[in-house]
Design a protein around this ligand. Structure first.
Ligand SMILES: [Zn+2]
Length: 373
């Protein structure tokens, strides 16, 4: 499935009047989880690689994607934008193959859980050689006189940034949301909406109510139903057996569907994985109410399209004994079928947010720092 992406550019410092050329790089930003026989390793990645193969331009934008303020490419931006010719998947795989050489031991499964895909355009100009327009220094050797930039397919910036419309499709109310919020809340008709290819689509929401008066924030989670093959994981009874939970399977548990849970917000990789496993093994289902909670809610800033990347990783983390992962993970396939956005109440304490029903906490710092993730 081809995902849509954002186009950013690095600001330039080129001398007045220079014709700028923008070279495309894919950016890999997000969490990388690698299942090894010894357990799951996590890393936070922010790297880039050429989206078109050329020896004239640097292989990546280096630290600039983190250190510099990126701007959206707008139709008013002057310059020649070289087309990306390598698909994201392929560039990512080549990058990971090299990256993975440093891993200790065979990689049984790997998930990259990132943000929305992005392409970064870095500015250059030609003055006998290719000049880096950020630092105004040479990026290539002297060029052949016959060199022409028009050899590269590309064109002017003519993309429109599609801003998410903020009027509620149901009642016309102006919805508010933080800049990074992927799901908007209509406080008039209590509905929630996410942008999709065909405009806004309604998101099914539920929450776990909590007694009023407590200092509470609701954290959003994606609850995903999936078809699993290669292992029995259809019902709650299957989950209890596969994860070897300290419970005796009760009559009827084979009729309770098993759901996979994932945070719908950005948080440091270690906390992300812990929450994913813990909430999945807890299987919240009693007392869920099918509407938007009253009270403060943390914004949804991890899309469900990324949350589905956790499915196999989640299984690899809870299968017991651990040896099963090594033996069977290759034959396990998971296909998401339905999802629901569920808000769980967390009590705000001095350092932590605490979920009392399922007995899990997340450090407030891990959430605050995740603003830069
Ligand atoms: Zn509305």
């Amino acid at each position: 499935m081809e995902r849509s992406y954002f186009r950013y550019m690095l600001p330039h410092n080129a001398p007045e009047g220079q014709e700028l050329v923008y070279f495309p790089y894919w950016r890999f930003k997000g969490m990388l989880f690698s299942c090894l026989p010894s357990g799951i390793q996590n890393r936070f990645l922010d790297a880039s690689q050429q989206a078109m193969q050329s020896t004239l331009f640097p292989p990546s934008v280096g630290l600039r994607s983190q250190a510099m303020k990126l701007q959206f490419v707008s139709p008013e931006t002057k310059g020649w934008f070289i087309n990306p010719t390598l698909p994201f998947r392929q560039v990512m795989e080549t990058f990971l193959t090299r990256f993975n050489l440093k891993m200790p031991g065979p990689i049984l499964h790997q998930s990259h859980i990132g943000e929305s895909l992005s392409l970064i355009y870095a500015p250059f100009y030609v003055a006998k050689r290719i000049m880096d327009a950020v630092l105004n220094q040479p990026a290539s050797e002297e060029l052949d006189e016959t060199f022409e930039l028009s050899h590269f397919s590309g064109g002017p910036a003519d993309w429109r940034i599609r801003f998410i419309p903020t009027l509620c499709p149901n009642c016309g109310w102006d919805m508010q949301g933080r800049r990074d919020a992927l799901v908007l809340h209509c406080t008039n008709c209590e509905s929630m909406w996410q942008a999709s290819k065909d405009g806004m689509s309604r998101v099914n929401v539920a929450h776990l109510p909590t007694p009023e008066g407590k200092n509470i924030i609701y954290l959003p989670f994606w609850r995903i139903r999936a078809e699993v093959s290669g292992i029995d994981l259809n019902s709650y009874a299957d989950l209890v057996k596969a994860a070897n939970l300290p419970k005796v399977v009760q009559p009827g548990w084979d009729r309770i569907p098993c759901h996979f849970w994932s945070p719908a917000f950005k948080v440091r990789p270690r906390s992300f994985l812990r929450l994913t496993h813990h909430i999945t093994l807890s299987q919240p289902r009693d007392h869920l109410v099918a509407d938007v909670p009253k009270g403060s809610m943390h914004p949804v800033n991890l899309p469900v399209s990324e949350a589905v990347e956790t499915l196999k990783l989640n299984i690899a983390g809870f299968l017991r004994p651990k040896k099963v992962v090594e033996d069977r993970i290759a034959e396990i396939h998971v296909k998401p079928s339905r999802y629901l956005l569920v808000y769980l109440p967390f009590e705000i304490r001095h350092h932590d947010l605490v979920q009392n029903t399922f007995n899990i906490a997340v450090n407030r710092n891990q959430l605050a720092l995740a603003g830069n993730l």
